[in-house]
Design a binder for this molecule. Structure first.
Ligand code: PMP
Length: 346
């Protein structure tokens, strides 16, 4: 690999990896591991896409402050892009998201404004909008910004087409946050791989799509209020408390063939299983998507190719329920091992 001009050139082109032990024998399961992006998540793509589109349109001027509401990964991706390009960055985030996310954003030079947990996703979005209006900052609007979906139509989608050029893809399984991945990739699949069935997963506790209840929207496409089917769930980055414009666009364009609802425990279990059986270390929403992919696999025709998106790294979840059973101290077995050789600690 040749040297690249800067870190932003390492975004995208993430590997598609075969699943071995966890896949039922009658199908071929693959995962696209977005943790290979430089800051460890699929949102690095969105961050670069949104900033470069705004630079091109003139909406973002040199040195202008960028502001955005984020559940973490978008903020971390934006912090990298803004650091590299020299834009000041302010992020708003509900205080319920993991502490390591805040610290990462601040480490990358961003300022983080916390919003009260009871105000949920819509609360942090409102705070970002207020700050943008009051200060003349550039609001990234990840939930409505077409540049988010376009980046996936330009990068993630073609990468998937290329990976399955010789042996077509039967099922593509994803979750959603902004719906950018879904809208962008679905557009490419419908055009270039029309036989691929698109399966969208969401938490059983927040089955916004599956409920069939329409989201109330403002004129600019942003959500007017919390969706009635939303309940807080542990799959950070997945399913905010509203159906975003990009997600509802994707649904209206016929980009969803099947909706699956995922139990919290299944998501946590799958994340652990991916780590311990396949050596693939990813977050909770990745576990949730993989749980959906296993459900698809069960009934899929023999020889089906199934691709599952894994949006981020497991390292972002050390303070969350994913690591609740992981101890820092030695257990009995480890103590016995320690005591079993001459340098045993007293
Ligand atoms: N999982 C995680 C951990 C995320 O951060 C995100 C993005 N919020 C997603 C899934 C969903 O991606 P998208 O926003 O493209 O729908």
């Amino acid at each position: 690999m040749q040297p690249v001009p800067n870190i932003l050139h390492t975004i995208g082109n993430t590997p598609v990896v075969r699943i071995n032990r966890l896949a039922p024998p009658h199908v071929n399961m693959f995962v696209k591991i977005e943790a290979f992006n430089p800051l460890g998540s699929v949102k690095d793509r969105l961050a670069l896409g949104v900033i470069e589109a705004a630079e091109k349109s003139g909406e973002l001027e040199p040195g202008q402050t960028v502001v955005e509401a984020t559940s973490g990964n978008t903020g971390i991706g934006l912090a990298m892009v803004c650091a590299q390009k020299g834009y000041p960055l302010v992020l708003t985030m509900a205080e319920s998201f993991s502490v390591e996310r805040r610290k990462l954003m601040r480490f990358l030079g961003a300022r983080v404004v916390l919003t009260p947990a009871p105000l949920k996703g819509t609360g942090m979005v409102a705070k970002a909008r207020e700050l943008a209006e009051a200060n003349g900052w550039f609001l990234a609007r990840q939930f409505e910004n077409e540049a988010n979906a376009e980046m996936h139509a330009r990068t993630t989608g073609p990468e998937i087409i290329q990976a399955f050029a010789d042996d077509p893809l039967d099922y593509w399984v994803t979750g959603y946050g902004t719906g950018g991945t879904l809208k962008g990739v679905a557009k490419v699949l419908r055009e270039q791989s029309p036989k691929t069935r698109i399966v969208v997963c969401e938490p059983a506790e927040a089955n916004l799509l599956d409920s069939g209840v329409v989201q109330k929207q403002n004129e600019d496409g942003s959500a007017a209020e919390s969706h009635p089917a939303f309940k807080p769930h542990p799959m950070q980055g997945w399913t905010p408390d509203f159906i975003s414009k990009l997600l509802s666009d994707a649904r209206q364009a016929g980009g969803i063939d099947r909706i699956l609802t995922i139990q919290n425990e299944a998501a946590l279990d799958c994340s652990r299983e991916l780590a311990q059986q396949e050596g693939i270390f990813v977050g909770i929403s990745a576990g949730g998507t993989f749980a959906g992919a296993l459900e698809v696999a069960e009934k899929a025709e023999d020889g089906s190719n199934i691709l599952c998106m894994l949006p981020d790294t497991g390292e972002r979840y050390l303070s969350t329920p994913l690591f609740a059973d992981i101890e820092a101290e030695m257990d009995d077995e480890e103590r016995a091992l320690s005591a079993s050789t001459p340098t045993a600690q007293m």
